[in-house]
Design a protein around this ligand. Structure first.
Ligand code: CRA
Length: 812
């Protein structure tokens, strides 16, 4: 592998400045400089990716296609430099050309093409698939606007557009010649040719062009290169072509607007389904372009699709790309002329489905009329799949409608995407052990009984190179000293070797010092950005994730109010000083979530104004939580809040980032916390709350939140204060009502009141442990040492072995 030097990189960068921007270094702005650096790295990656593509073609290798409506990539300059092994020389080259390297890295906008965990997971997996040398391609939409930018104005969330492409497009290579055509609307008719052969005739449709914008993906310590293919929606009709005919003209304008709106904006809902026709069009646009593109290349290489399932596996990230199933059927039936059974065999041996949620409001159920109107041929195919499945189920369950009905694909005028996946996919996986169990026992119980071999688990993982080595260089240095240099970068299990130092006072105090330094660095950044001064002597207690009622940010707030009240009532109340940090975006239409953000800000304000809280209690809401903010925050965090109602968080991945950076978790036995607890033991995690089965039982019996309010005077005082407010003139009686009476839905749906006391006790234990630095540092060390199983490399090895059936890079 060629090792680029500072000098070489300087030459390459100045060359780009001159050729692409007509500038000498002296005239270049930092934006030119950023783009020039990106282009230099892009060239290196393109070279490698093309070699990989050649090898895949020559050796006829089996390929993975990862379809996801979201890839939350964050920044790429540092990441790519790191993976290419040029991080140091690049920094030197930038400085050598008279620019500040840190400022330049900071100038890059986050590619925010995702909402939360699901989108970030896809990004981490691209890194691991490439590092593990799997021939793989990611596919998504090239949204012009990523996840909105969040401003807090008067304590409330305001959304601003995130136009990332101005600089972000430096990473994208448009490939006009690989444009695909996607059809919407029109009508389909049966036709027979002179020989009596049946054909489907589709007429009167609108065409949207899908233009690929490819992003190169570099792996760590390998020449292997993969691509993320982002589809940009374009209109095929230049508007003025049809000026002479007014009907045509208006239609052309309409069509143009429709086409261009498709890739305009990412839907900002996390874990929530909204049956909007634009979203359906996004899904089909992306799926159709992707499948056509894979099929086109396959045909060119093999001249037949008969071996398609042998050469490709398509992994769909949740149900959002489910239309890949009927779309591949359509191509095999209508374009290749295969019979139903042969087409179905290929489809059902190609596509695998990852489920990411059990929340009812997130399950996609598309209204029949919407699909019928926009995707008439797909609709016909769906009916056929649904009918055949229903006959098979009726047979299998001896006509028992109580089994058949919940499993049906088309039912009550809706298409149930998860059921379609369960029917057609050869594997179905959940994303943590607990979640996969819930899928088998509960959500897909009867499907599991019929086809148990389809169901499996792959616990989520994170890119430990980004989320540890890159973002926490001091900790990386300590690990290198203790765990055999850089071995852990490709063998995350090597982190275990840290355990030998669990009683080593030197290592423990160094670990403590690293955390202290990272807290100071983070506080300095917050001060620069917002003017807020964080108390770095206090325990950094952090809850950052999307705002969702099931994630229970509100439980955290209730407990903070409790601490405040105790402190006010008794100035000698003994508790460990805490700096509470929150970061969370709420979906713009999720009113309750937005109220909770405002509540956090009201409480933060009250605490900040009260001199009694000085040096003891601080609450700060970090604006615009995003990947690049998380990279600064994780290394500085000490207590990680993972407090969802048990059974609701499919996995969580933030929990793993905290753990790897030596934060200790306070959490419920939910999602991957269960597996964290398994490796950590009771002594290295602060568990509390009801277990998943207890939650179910309590709901079954009839949960009455009001009883907790009546019987626990401290909790009562907290909720009463919601009614009164916090000194800024805003009352939160709506939230109090929701907890006690339900405000339309069930009272306290997520059992905050039931878990309150146990949560408070866990906090007490955590506070006490923090008073003993040696014990705390030891816990931190054990968390880091045992976090290796949460590396995305491990997840991808699981996928490769249990689902994809592809070889992976061997460990040296
Ligand atoms: N919101 C789950 O809620 C999980 C990620 C990635 C989520 C998280 O618990 O870690 O997926 N589910 O598996 C989801 O998006 C549509 O469902 C998430 O990010």
């Amino acid at each position: 592998m060629h090792k680029y030097t500072k000098k070489e990189l300087m030459t390459l960068i100045t060359g780009k400045l001159r050729r692409n921007f007509g500038r000498d270094v002296e005239e270049a702005t930092s934006l030119h400089m950023f783009k020039a650096c990106a282009l230099v790295l892009r060239d290196i990656m393109s070279e490698r990716q093309m070699k990989t593509a050649d090898r895949v073609a020559v050796e006829h290798l089996r390929q993975v296609h990862y379809l996801s409506l979201e890839f939350l990539m964050g920044r790429s300059l540092m990441k790519n430099a790191y993976n290419l092994g040029v991080a140091e020389p690049l920094k030197q080259a930038i400085e050598g050309l008279g620019f500040s390297a840190p400022d330049l890295f900071e100038a890059e906008p986050d590619a925010g093409l995702g909402n939360g965990g699901l989108g970030r997971l896809a990004a981490c997996y691209l890194d691991s698939m490439t590092t593990l040398e799997i021939p793989a391609t990611g596919y998504s939409i090239c949204y012009e606007l990523g996840i909105f930018k969040q401003k807090i104005v008067d304590g409330q969330q305001v959304e601003l557009p995130d136009n990332w492409l101005g600089l972000g497009d430096a990473w994208l290579i448009p490939k006009m010649d690989e444009t695909e055509e996607v059809r919407f609307g029109g009508k389909v008719e049966d036709e027979w040719d002179a020989l009596g052969r049946h054909r489907v005739k589709h007429t009167g449709y609108d065409v949207v062009l899908a233009v690929p914008k490819d992003m190169e993906i570099a792996g760590y310590g390998t020449e292997h290169g993969n691509l993320l293919r982002l589809w940009d929606a374009n209109s095929p009709t230049p508007v003025d072509m049809n000026l002479f005919s007014s009907g045509q003209y208006l239609k052309a304008v309409e069509q143009r607007a429709m086409a261009e709106s498709i890739s305009k904006v990412l839907y900002p809902e996390d874990n929530h389904y909204e049956g909007k026709s634009l979203r359906l069009k996004q899904q089909y646009f992306f799926v159709s372009a992707t499948i056509q593109s894979i099929v086109r290349k396959h045909r060119a290489e093999y001249g037949t699709l008969r071996n398609f399932h042998l050469k490709h596996v398509i992994q769909i990230n949740d149900t959002h790309p489910t239309l890949a199933i009927p779309e591949l059927m359509r191509i095999l039936l209508d374009e290749e002329g295969y019979g139903w059974d042969e087409a179905w065999y290929i489809v059902t041996h190609t596509i695998a489905y990852t489920n990411h949620t059990v929340l009812a409001e997130a399950l996609e159920r598309w209204p029949q009329q919407l699909i019928e109107k926009w995707l008439p041929r797909i609709w016909q195919i769906l009916i056929e799949i649904s009918n055949r499945y229903q006959r098979a189920l009726t047979d299998y369950f001896h006509g028992d409608l109580s089994k058949v009905a919940p499993m049906a694909i088309i039912w009550g005028g809706e298409v149930r995407m998860a059921n379609l996946c369960v029917c057609a996919c050869f594997k179905i996986n959940g994303v943590s052990a607990l979640h996969s169990d819930i899928l088998k026992r509960d959500v897909f119980h009867d499907a599991y009984a019929r086809t148990p071999d389809k169901f499996t688990n792959v616990t989520n993982g994170i890119d430990h190179r980004r989320w540890l080595s890159e973002c926490n260089p001091e900790l990386d240095a300590l690990i290198r000293d203790c765990c055999g240099k850089d071995k852990y970068l490709l063998q995350p299990d090597a982190l275990k070797e840290l355990e030998q130092y669990r009683d080593d006072a030197g290592v423990l105090s160094r670990l403590g010092q690293i955390k202290a330094d990272n807290k100071k660095a983070f506080a300095a950044w917050v001060a620069r950005e917002s003017g807020v001064i964080l108390n770095t002597d206090a325990l950094f207690d952090v809850q950052v994730k999307r705002l969702h009622e099931y994630k229970r940010q509100l439980l955290n707030v209730l407990h903070i109010i409790y601490l405040y009240q105790r402190m006010k009532a008794d100035p000698h109340f003994d508790f460990t000083p805490r700096t509470y940090l929150f970061g969370a975006k709420a979906a713009p239409g999720y009113a309750v979530a937005k109220r909770i953000i405002r509540l956090i800000n009201s409480v933060a304000d009250m605490v900040a104004r009260d001199p009694a809280c000085k040096d003891r209690l601080q609450v700060v809401f970090l604006e615009n939580y995003r990947v690049s903010l998380a990279e600064k925050l994780m290394p500085a965090s000490e207590l990680s809040e993972q407090i969802s109602t048990a059974g609701k968080e499919a996995s969580g991945t933030g929990n793993m980032k905290f753990m790897m950076n030596g934060a200790v978790t306070i959490g419920t036995l939910d999602g991957a916390n269960v597996e964290m607890h398994q490796v950590l033991g009771d002594e290295n995690i602060f568990l509390f709350g009801l277990k998943a089965h207890e939650v179910a039982e309590m709901k079954q019996k009839g949960y009455k939140s009001y009883e907790y309010y009546v019987h626990n005077p401290e909790l009562r005082a907290v909720i009463d204060q919601l009614n009164v407010g916090f000194g800024d003139g805003v009352a939160y009686d709506d939230i109090a009502r929701r907890l006690l009476f339900g405000d339309g839905g069930p009272a306290d749906e997520y059992l905050l009141l039931a878990d309150f006391e146990s949560y408070r006790d866990a906090h007490q234990r955590a506070g006490l442990a923090y008073q003993d630095p040696k014990r705390w540092n030891q816990m931190a060390l054990m968390n880091i040492a045992r976090s290796g199983i949460f590396a995305a490399d491990r997840s991808i090895r699981d996928y490769a072995r249990d689902i994809w059936n592809v070889p992976v890079r061997a460990l040296k």
